[in-house]
Design a protein around this ligand. Structure first.
Ligand code: 16G
Length: 188
């Protein structure tokens, strides 16, 4: 039998107020009857339980092989604490049903501070309206605070602005633009 690879992207204790408790069962009793859902850092083996398929509900993923996934996973893990991807795992169906990332950026400004970005929030369409997205965003915002970031920001589709506003994100007057240039030749 293939050995299970439980390598976490980052220390799971960061998600758990109780030291040593590596799995964090969702606290909403109504939704989490029988301790079905856990929230935890991304694992290397999540590739095998359709992590990329989950991301494809957010945007185009391209063809990501296991080797490509592992290579990126290792680079993130060895990045000196810059990448924090969390998932909600449905233990009954053994699949990853929601995910979100917190990416840190080192700065010289703000006393060599760190800024954080919330990225790639996605909930499997079969699991919406259970508060999973909210749980993930709130965990990531708490994590940004624990990691002493001076601010946390995000960019999102226009239709989601009100949803993110409900977690305390706001458009600062005179400072609320998000712009981009897309390089089609590298978008594979
Ligand atoms: C949304 C996501 C962003 C993601 C992008 C993908 C959040 C808060 N925002 O803006 O993180 O990378 O969609 O869309 O999750 P794209 O492939 O068109 O860039």
């Amino acid at each position: 039998m293939e050995q299970e690879n439980k390598e976490y992207l980052f220390n799971p204790e960061l998600l758990s107020p109780k030291k040593g408790n590596l799995c964090n069962f969702l606290t909403n009793e109504k939704i989490n009857e029988h301790k079905r859902y856990v929230i935890r850092p991304l694992c290397q083996d999540d590739y095998k339980i359709d992590y990329i398929k989950l991301l494809s509900q957010l945007t185009s993923t391209g063809n990501v092989s296991y080797e490509m996934f592992n290579d990126t996973f290792s680079k993130m893990k060895n990045s000196d604490g810059m990448y924090y991807i969390i998932v909600i795992h449905d233990l009954h169906c053994n699949r990853v049903v929601a995910s979100g990332s917190l990416i840190l950026e080192r700065k010289f400004i703000h006393s060599c501070g760190q800024r954080a970005r919330v990225e790639d929030i996605v909930v499997n369409s079969d699991y919406r309206s259970k508060g999973f997205g909210k749980t993930i965003v709130q965990k990531l915002v708490s994590l940004a605070k624990i990691l002493k970031c001076y601010k946390v920001s995000l960019e999102c589709k226009d239709k989601n602005v009100n949803w993110y506003t409900s977690f305390g994100f706001s458009k600062e007057p005179g400072n609320s633009n998000f712009m981009q240039i897309r390089f089609q030749e590298f978008d594979i």
